[in-house]
Design a protein around this ligand. Structure first.
Ligand SMILES: Cc1cc2nc3c(=O)[nH]c(=O)nc-3n(C[C@H](O)[C@H](O)[C@H](O)COP(=O)(O)OP(=O)(O)OC[C@H]3O[C@@H](n4cnc5c(N)ncnc54)[C@H](O)[C@@H]3O)c2cc1C
Length: 250
């Protein structure tokens, strides 16, 4: 059985992201030469970043980028995350990479709502995954056996539940925008889970940039109007939990 769950790793990021942002901000607001820009301590960096955020002057934040490895996510997640156009993506190919190893069951994601229905529902879902994996393997065979050309058409019988993996890069401005939309309770559970995992990874390396990251209700009122979940304390507690964990490890 090949059930998998969302997992995010922070693969790399701009060295000293807050120093880099502060240097860009310092250049905007002072007569500094380029050679003087690196001369900011962490307190001044935090001050510059706070000032930028409060003014909505967000272009200096674009100089810090973060690269994530994401796996254990569905093709339905892929459709949602790739709507974020300022991000860069490299996605595991369903043409070059076969989806069921040795005729076994493909890797798939089980929605928590189906899991909550109990063992019988989960068994039914697993059986459906097995059936679709079998259809896939049959089509690979009929289309000439394991190859790029067989994979690319056999995959048409695969479900949204099928696992995908990707490497994704966002700059901090896009990341803040992404986290505002996708950490919100209105976002679908899978992308929300990934968004919170991403925030947990970036907060320790750039705490000033991400100190108010997450849905609007973290720092102000909910921007969702009639779609509000009505519980801003939920997101505030999630962010406070991430901050507490970071403080404990420092
Ligand atoms: C709760 C929720 C429900 C959703 N439901 C649906 C749905 O039912 N159907 C659907 O199709 N989508 C849906 N979406 C996706 C949504 O419409 C956006 O495509 C997605 O959230 C990406 O947002 P974005 O365009 O702001 O982000 P990005 O593409 O990351 O862009 C970031 C920002 O850059 C600017 N920008 C980027 N490209 C342009 C451009 N071409 N022109 C002008 N400004 C630009 C905008 O200011 C934008 O906000 C949903 C999203 C959420 C969070």
């Amino acid at each position: 059985m090949s059930r998998v769950e969302p997992k995010v790793e922070l693969l790399s990021y701009t060295p000293e992201p807050e120093m880099t942002v502060a240097m860009a901000a310092k250049l905007c607001y002072s007569s500094s030469h380029i050679s003087d820009l690196a001369d900011t301590d962490s307190e001044s960096q935090a001050k510059f970043i706070k000032r930028l955020m409060s003014m909505g002057h967000l272009s200096p934040i674009e100089h810090a980028s973060f690269t994530f490895g994401i796996e254990g996510v569905s093709r339905s997640f892929l459709a949602q995350i790739t709507r974020h156009r300022i991000a860069s993506f490299s996605v595991q190919s369903q043409r070059y990479v076969g989806q069921s190893k040795e005729g076994g069951v493909m890797n798939y994601i089980l929605p928590p709502s189906i899991e909550a229905l109990g063992e019988e529902a989960v068994a039914e879902y697993e059986k459906q995954m097995e059936t679709m994996s079998r259809w896939y393997a049959e089509w690979v065979e009929k289309l000439g056996g394991k190859s790029q050309s067989a994979n690319e058409d056999a995959r048409f019988v695969l479900p949204n539940a099928c696992e995908t993996r990707m490497v994704m890069t966002m700059n901090a401005r896009e990341l803040l925008h992404f986290l505002a939309l996708r950490c919100c309770r209105r976002a679908q559970w899978e992308i929300r889970e990934v968004a919170w995992q991403m925030l947990e990874l970036v907060y320790p390396v750039a705490p000033s940039i991400f100190s108010k990251a997450g849905p609007g209700c973290v720092s102000k009122g909910c921007p969702e109007g009639k779609f509000t979940c009505g519980d801003p304390s939920w997101a505030r507690e999630m962010l406070a939990g991430i901050k507490a964990k970071t403080d404990k490890t420092e």
